[in-house]
Write a protein that binds this ligand. Structure first.
Ligand code: B12
Ligand code: SF4
Length: 508
């Protein structure tokens, strides 16, 4: 059996970081962990190849080579995924589809040969059994949740690691919270399911022995979902492992804001090599937090919590949302102020969307406010429902927020605020490799010479010379800033069109 695993193309997005990757000559941010995990579950005697279209084009002869194409996709990859399915149909290669897109809208993919939905740990083995018996069904689904202790080590050998900016690993799935707009709990549940500590160490060892050095992303939805196990089992073991190998990796992850309540946990994470954490802050507006049931963020000094995490030795990246029913016209300035004060350099501000299967979707459906299918990209100025303040007003305010916080001046101010708060861990390695030197030179050319607002870049660079890690981080952040500005500039044109569309929406 010959199987080709395909990860479709992704349009330019906030987290795709495409415009930043060219500074370090990388093609893509991260390899497709879902597909590499699926690959490890296939029979050993099968011949397997992986084509990640974010790195390399998919050729017809790749498809012709295969007996089956196994395709994954997020909502945002839908256009490319649909094209791949169409090409396979024409060529006559059978398709097996799985992953978030097909799991959330299977009814739109009944023309695909086999839909193997939800977690492959549960649905793939019966499909393979049936395939080997010669009677595979159209649909494999389940109401159960997988036991991650059965998940194999992902087949990293199928990708060219050099093409990616970071590697990935997953310890847990699920989140104990219940934010009404979030489909993570719809997809993975509230109960935190974890791999064993030995599994994680084996995966780290695998990455290490394959020669990877640098960033590794723990892709957990909320790494601190089970704090007790993290503190007593995983982190002490990772600390030992990292120490014994002279700290080959730095880790980043996602967590909820209650991380700031636990000094011991933050200390252990930093010792283990975590230097960055993404947190869903969403909004400084208490009524909006109440509205979306983000209880863990309510009644807090949010800026104080963020500063505490930064002081512990981790950068905080933040997710923010505009478009809650409780947002009023003051929401835009309040958000700008909040982001500037927090020193969150990488702030992803998006418009609220209601993914299928969420509580928010149900509410908006019952209020007859849903409009079109969500695009799956929360920063492309699209919405799938009619916002209370009116789409045109919201869009105008949203644009003002992103253009302010990503202006060179505001962006550089935030970098300084962050660096003043940040306490770098002694274990953090500041790398000045050939690639980094190349990135520095390109940043001088593209940002320091060709960009508007370049004087802020130079002011920041000179200011950062006082400390080695300041300089390194200031240049890195400037490169990310370049990407974000490019993304939002490209959107500006599109939003003009959307503003016109919205008039049609409101009228209809
Ligand atoms: C890591 C991650 C990223 C990474 C890497 C993405 C990538 N290319 O792998 C980065 C940071 C780049 C990223 C970016 C984005 N992401 Co993201 N990301 C994740 C995250 C946290 C983990 C994904 C992961 O690796 N999981 C671990 C693997 C093992 O699980 P898995 O991929 O789900 O695979 C399992 C099953 O789905 C299934 N399966 C998967 N594929 C296949 C294929 C076959 C054939 C079969 C049989 C089974 C199968 O089996 C696997 C094992 O159980 C998820 C949340 C989540 N928990 O899934 C969001 C998530 C996938 N991201 C999401 C979004 C919206 C985005 C962005 C659009 C955000 C933005 N506005 O920029 C961008 C777009 C992508 C891009 N490149 O620009 C959404 C997608 C929603 C959807 N329904 O499509 C998710 C679900 C989070 C959420 N709820 O909002 N993301
Ligand atoms: S804390 Fe994050 S992952 Fe958990 S439910 Fe809320 S938004 Fe989703």
């Amino acid at each position: 059996m010959k199987v080709l695993l395909v990860n479709p193309e992704v349009p330019d997005t906030f987290w795709g970081l495409k415009n930043a990757l060219k500074f370090i000559s990388k093609k893509s941010i991260i390899p497709p962990l879902g597909l590499m995990t699926v690959a490890a579950m296939l029979p050993k005697e099968w011949e397997i190849r992986l084509r990640d279209m974010t790195v390399k084009k998919l050729r017809d002869r790749d498809i012709q080579w295969a007996d089956y194409v196994f395709i994954t996709s997020m909502q945002i990859q839908k256009i490319s995924a649909d094209q791949v399915i169409e090409r396979c149909k024409k060529i006559g290669t059978k398709v097996v589809a799985g992953g978030p897109l097909f799991t959330s809208i299977p009814e739109q993919y009944m023309h695909v040969d086999h839909l193997v939905l939800k977690e492959a740990e549960l649905t793939l083995p019966p499909f393979i059994r049936d395939l080997q018996k010669g009677c595979p069904r159209k649909l494999y689904n389940t109401h159960e949740k997988a036991d991650l202790r059965q998940t194999p080590i992902p087949s990293l050998n199928l990708v060219n690691m050099k093409k990616y900016a970071m590697m990935c690993i997953q310890y847990s799935r699920g989140c104990p919270f219940n934010c009404d707009f979030c489909d993570v709990t719809t997809l993975f549940g509230h109960k935190i399911r974890t791999k064993s500590t030995d599994q994680v160490l084996d995966e780290l060892e695998n990455l290490y022995s394959l020669g990877w050095r640098g960033e590794v992303f723990f892709v957990d939805d909320n790494l601190i979902g089970n704090k007790a196990r993290l503190k007593s089992e995983l982190l002490p073991a990772v600390i030992e492992w990292m120490k014994s190998r002279q700290y080959p990796f730095s880790f980043n992850t996602q967590a909820s804001i209650n991380l700031a309540d636990d000094d011991e946990l933050m200390e252990l994470m930093v010792q283990a090599g975590f230097d960055c954490v993404f947190i869903g802050i969403e909004t400084p507006n208490e009524e909006s937090l109440e509205e979306c049931n983000k209880i863990q963020n309510k009644g807090r000094d949010l800026v104080g919590c963020i500063t505490k995490i930064q002081e512990s030795g981790m950068q905080v990246q933040g997710g923010f949302i505009l478009g809650f029913d409780s947002d009023n016209t003051a929401a835009f300035d309040n958000l700008i102020q909040f982001i500037q004060n927090s020193g969150i350099v990488m702030a992803m501000v998006g418009l609220l969307n209601a993914p299928r299967g969420t509580k928010l979707y149900q509410r908006l459906f019952s209020e007859n406010r849903l409009t079109r299918p969500a695009t799956g990209d929360n920063t492309d100025c699209s919405m799938n429902f009619i916002p209370r303040m009116g789409f045109a007003n919201l869009l105008q305010g949203y644009q003002r927020v992103i253009h302010t916080i990503y202006s060179q001046q505001h962006y550089c101010e935030r970098i300084k605020t962050f660096l003043k708060n940040y306490r770098i861990s002694p274990a953090t390695k500041i790398r000045f490799s050939y690639r980094e030197m190349q990135a520095l030179l390109k940043s001088v050319w593209y940002i320091g010479i060709l960009s508007r607002g370049r004087k802020h870049y130079w002011k920041l660079v000179f200011w950062s010379l006082r400390k080695r890690h300041y300089f390194h981080m200031a240049v890195t952040f400037s490169i990310y800033g370049y990407h974000f500005r490019k993304i939002f500039e490209a959107l500006q044109q599109r939003t003009k069109k959307l503003a016109l569309d919205s008039k049609v929406h409101v009228l209809s």
